[in-house]
Design a protein around this ligand. Sequence first.
Ligand code: AMP
Length: 447
Amino acid sequence: MTFESLGLAPALLRALAEQGYATPTPIQAAAIPLVREGHDLMAGAQTGTGKTAAFALPLLQRLGIDEATSDRHDHRPRALILTPTRELAAQIHDNLRAYGKYLRVHAAAVFGGVGMGGQVQALRRGTDIIVATPGRLIDHMDRRNVDLSRIDTLVLDEADRMLDMGFAPALRKIMGALPRTSRQTLLFSATFAPEIKALAAQFMRDPREVQMALPNAVAVGVHHRVHPVDADKKRDLLLHLLAADSRRQTLVFARTKHGADKLAKYLGLHGFRVAAIHGNKSQNQRTRALADFKSGKVTVLVATDIAARGLDIAQLPAVVNYDLPMVAQDYVHRIGRTGRAGAEGLALSLVSREEEGLLRDIRRLLKQDLAIETIAGFEPGWNLQLDRPAAPARKPGRKHGNVGRNHAAPAKPAHVRRPNGQRGQDERAPGNKGNHRWRGNARPHKA
Ligand code: AMP
């Protein structure tokens, strides 16, 4: 399969060659022909699969060709791409510019955290494509800075995350303001939870479906390693792990903004070139941190989940979960940044006693063995028990049992499938009472 065989225009092929893209990724091969045929599309694809080009290339092709023949005096935008975070909006905008380098198609990015002025000017000058986060687009709509009356292509990127972030009302408002007739809608999502399907049923016409990775799958080349450690030793264990290869680009996840700042400061004090990225940083700070990380000027980037969502960092060798995510699905999103495109990746998780329940959720979701490795000098004063519900954290610690054991038992498949597709609830399902492993307080840490 080649990009030529997908019928892409020479101007796009040239730009792709310059980007070093030799062959289409599976999502590109599956989606581009359907989009070119004009179908609505629901695509199950995560960050790292090449999903941006899957919608951007056929869109640029159509607009580039139409542009050559259509009314040049009509500057109203033709396509709207909605995406959950500022970083993703900026990245998609960059990608559109790179892929559309030899076409006369203009794109404008509209996201919060920066002044309205530049965006208003870009919208007034006229643009073919708007890439926007929902909140800021609504600000512009309310101020009548933007005319959506000619939009004929809508892309919902990372639709699941937009809903998770509470954008459902904003999405409905925006979609309600778009022309209804002959609109093509493309929806990309890592998962197809019932809310996504409801959104699709309301706003899409007979969508074709492509599913690239199994839901919750992570790249096969990723090595998952779990390091049990006492909470108060985590920082020093992290230093120890980072020092093992101080030139390795590593993305470190912290749970809170404050925690991310404290950790970055600590690593900085110990000589690491480090930056932090989270919701309290200004857009300029975030952009600079990401650029410095990509260029290698900083080797460690400490991030929160929301800030890191969808960051386009190609082939990152290592991701460290300094704190485990509160929601198991976020583990998949975090790890999605390593082991891309067939490369090997390392996913390290520092797990304190309080996080045992979260680790169980993750293992159940991945349906995959996780190597457990206790690091000499950082042995915890408790025993990681993945195959039994955790004792409440306040009880006195148990004696060592399986510390030093190398592998957890394989994850058990869910015994009860819930009709609504929710995960992580199996231990409470009535049909599962006979299974002692998952009874009781198996998820004591869920907020
Ligand atoms: P995405 O899933 O759109 O965020 O893309 C993930 C990464 O893969 C980005 O760094 C893209 O530049 C890169 N990429 C996308 N398509 C291709 C391709 N066909 N060949 C090589 N790299 C690609």
